[in-house]
Design a protein around this ligand. Structure first.
Ligand code: ADP
Ligand code: MG
Length: 314
């Protein structure tokens, strides 16, 4: 079978279909930020795994080992937060090419350890192997939530307001600056994403939050996942998107790791007020869910065409 033209999401769909006939015993997999495994009648565990491959996800000479260690865990904690869950543990697998020194590994672990300490997440296992050339880091994170707190991509409803938890595009700007040899503050934002762990847990406890995910590929791609899984469309106001970068990077740049959520229209203003009071930062409203199946981009109320896709590592 020729799998070459499938693209990342086509391949994931093919894998999902191939395994769909095996009973899942109440577990939910493939398609959301984490898989959901019921623990008992009221709580579930969530599980996510992410791979960081040298020269695809990072350039070893443009990110410090501390930053890489921290980021490897951060992107996984972000997926746990996106479910409204609290992180419980992580697993770390490393494949190390020749030339990776003890000093490098020590610094990598220092970064991973610092974020683990910040959120009280123990490291419970992993795997270690040598590699021919490129370094690969694979992290699995596990979280826990009451079933009524779990937030999925498929629960957006027409009328919902759409929010993001922070500025978009900084990371993509940092990547561009890094690749073009410019030294700017955006590079640190690219290398050191802050997962919205406490925010995700708090938002999980709010019934008016319907759908949630984290933004790893840009909202032009990530919001589409919410739309497809919820069977709805969206209107997004470009002029309301919080950003310090060109709008293309804000909507289609990768690795922002902010949360994207939809909330019931009747309770959205109160939610934003309470969030601001709790975290000292705004929830940024960027649009609303409507009937339909695609994103309508608006600029100061006027429809605009935006020809861009999300960021892809694949
Ligand atoms: P995220 O950006 O939130 O980490 P991805 O876009 O990487 O999510 O993955 C989307 C969904 O597809 C997730 O539920 C993930 O577990 C699943 N997935 C990705 N790759 C594979 C794979 N090789 N086999 C099975 N499931 C996969
Ligand atoms: Mg995600």
């Amino acid at each position: 079978m020729d799998l070459s033209g499938l693209g990342e999401f086509g391949l994931i769909e093919l894998i999902r279909e191939r395994f769909a006939s095996i009973p899942s015993h109440g577990c939910e997999g493939i398609g959301d930020d984490c898989a959901v495994l019921p623990l008992n009648t009221t709580e579930s565990m969530v599980v996510t795994t992410d791979l960081l491959v040298e020269d695809i996800h990072f350039l070893r000479d443009r990110i410090t080992p501390e930053e890489l260690g921290r980021k490897s865990l951060a992107v996984n904690l972000s997926d746990v937060a996106a479910m409204g869950a609290a992180p419980v543990a992580s697993f770390l697998s490393l494949s190390l090419p020749p030339g990776v020194t003890g000093v490098w590994i020590d610094a990598f672990l220092a970064g991973y350890h610092a974020l683990s300490t910040q959120f009280g997440v123990p490291l419970l296992g992993g795997d270690t192997t040598s590699a021919r050339d490129r370094l690969t880091v694979s992290v699995t994170a596990i979280g826990r939530a009451e079933n009524t707190h779990l937030k999925r991509r498929g629960d957006a409803k027409p009328g919902d307001r759409i929010f993001v938890t922070g500025y978009l595009g900084d990371s993509a700007q940092g990547l561009q600056d890094m690749l073009s040899g410019r030294d700017t503050p955006f590079i640190a934002l690219h290398n050191k994403p802050e997962p919205f762990v406490n925010e995700g847990i708090w938002l999980g406890g709010r019934n008016e939050v319907h759908a949630m995910m984290d933004i790893s590929d840009g909202i032009a791609s990530d919001l589409l996942h919410i739309l497809q899984m919820s069977g709805v469309g969206a209107e997004v106001s470009l002029d309301m998107i919080p950003t310090n970068t060109p709008i293309e990077l804000a909507v289609a740049g990768g690795e922002d790791y902010k949360l994207l959520l939809t909330a019931d229209v009747g309770a959205a203003a109160r939610l934003a007020e309470d969030y601001k009071a709790k975290f000292g930062e705004p929830l940024y409203e960027i649009g609303r869910i409507v009937a339909g199946e695609e994103i309508r981009w608006l600029d100061c109320g006027n429809p605009v065409l935006l020809e861009c896709e999300g960021f892809a590592h694949f």
